[in-house]
Write a protein that binds this ligand. Structure first.
Ligand SMILES: [Zn+2]
Ligand SMILES: [Zn+2]
Length: 96
C-alpha cells in the first residue's frame, strides 16, 4: 500500500522546485530570494493543492532578507488579495 502523504510531499517538492526555478519573487512582499511556495487560493478554500498555477514563491520560515517579514506565516491560509491589500493600505512612512 503506497503511503499517500509521502507521494503528495514528493509531488509538492517537485512543484516547489519548478515554481522557484521560474521565479523567486515573493508574492506577499515583492522581494526576491523566496525559499518556498504557497497556494494563491488556499487549499482550505478550494484551491488546487498540486497545480503549479496555484503556487507562487513566498518567503518561508526564515523570512525575507530584505524587509524581514515572515511572509508565509503572515499569509497563513488567507487569500492572497487579503494579505497584499493589507500591505498596500498601510503607509509605513507616513508622518503625522
Ligand atoms: Zn516576502
Ligand atoms: Zn520582503
Amino acid at each position: 500500500m503506497a503511503d499517500r502523504s509521502e507521494l503528495t510531499s514528493y509531488e509538492y517538492r517537485k512543484l516547489r522546485a519548478r515554481v522557484l526555478a521560474e521565479s523567486d519573487v515573493c508574492i506577499v512582499c515583492g522581494h526576491g530570494a523566496a525559499d518556498t511556495v504557497d497556494h494563491i487560493v488556499p487549499v482550505t478554500k478550494g484551491g488546487a493543492r498540486l497545480d503549479p498555477d496555484n503556487l507562487a514563491p513566498i518567503h518561508g520560515v526564515h523570512g525575507c532578507p530584505v524587509c524581514l517579514r515572515k511572509c508565509n506565516s503572515e499569509k497563513s491560509d488567507k487569500p492572497l488579495a487579503a494579505v497584499t491589500q493589507l500591505v498596500t493600505s498601510v503607509d509605513w512612512f507616513a508622518g503625522p
